[in-house]
Design a protein around this ligand. Structure first.
Ligand code: FES
Ligand code: FES
Length: 137
């Protein structure tokens, strides 16, 4: 209880009821996968997006082996990216996530992990798409 009172309700909510936990098929052409680790603590986050031919994100899933703040950060990001264009989500900053969840300063690197993961997922999707274009040429 003591610990819990220090955390904002958004973070507790996302930690207890994380949205979009799971996996998408990483071998599928329309899926981008970002797998990133936090050097500070060794936690790992996998974040995936399913993207339509226009670059709009239709679905997003995550699996996070890490602290509550990292889990809450991934949960928020998967909610935010849905329905957005891949170029649009690159503008999501870890500071936006941290502000939304009211993360304490020592937990900022946890939201950084979510920002890195979404960027990595978009890059992976773009690389696959370009590979396909080149193969067709
Ligand atoms: Fe969940 Fe804001 S409280 S995205
Ligand atoms: Fe490492 Fe949160 S303590 S991601």
């Amino acid at each position: 209880q003591q610990q819990r009172r220090n955390y904002h309700e958004n973070i507790v909510e996302h930690y207890e009821n994380p949205r979009n936990v799971g996996s998408l098929d990483k071998n599928s052409d329309d899926v981008g996968t970002g797998l990133v680790g936090a050097p500070a603590c060794g936690d790992v986050m996998k974040l995936q997006i399913k993207v339509d031919e226009n670059g709009n994100i239709q679905e997003s899933k995550f699996k996070t082996f890490g602290c509550g703040s990292a889990i809450a950060s991934s949960s928020v990001v998967t909610e935010w990216v849905k329905g957005k264009h891949v170029d649009e989500v690159l503008a999501i900053k870890n500071t936006d996530i941290a502000a939304h969840l009211k993360l304490p300063p020592v937990k900022l690197h946890c939201s950084m992990l979510a920002e890195d993961a979404i960027r990595a997922a978009v890059s992976d999707w773009k690389a696959k798409k370009e590979g396909k274009v080149n193969a067709a040429a």
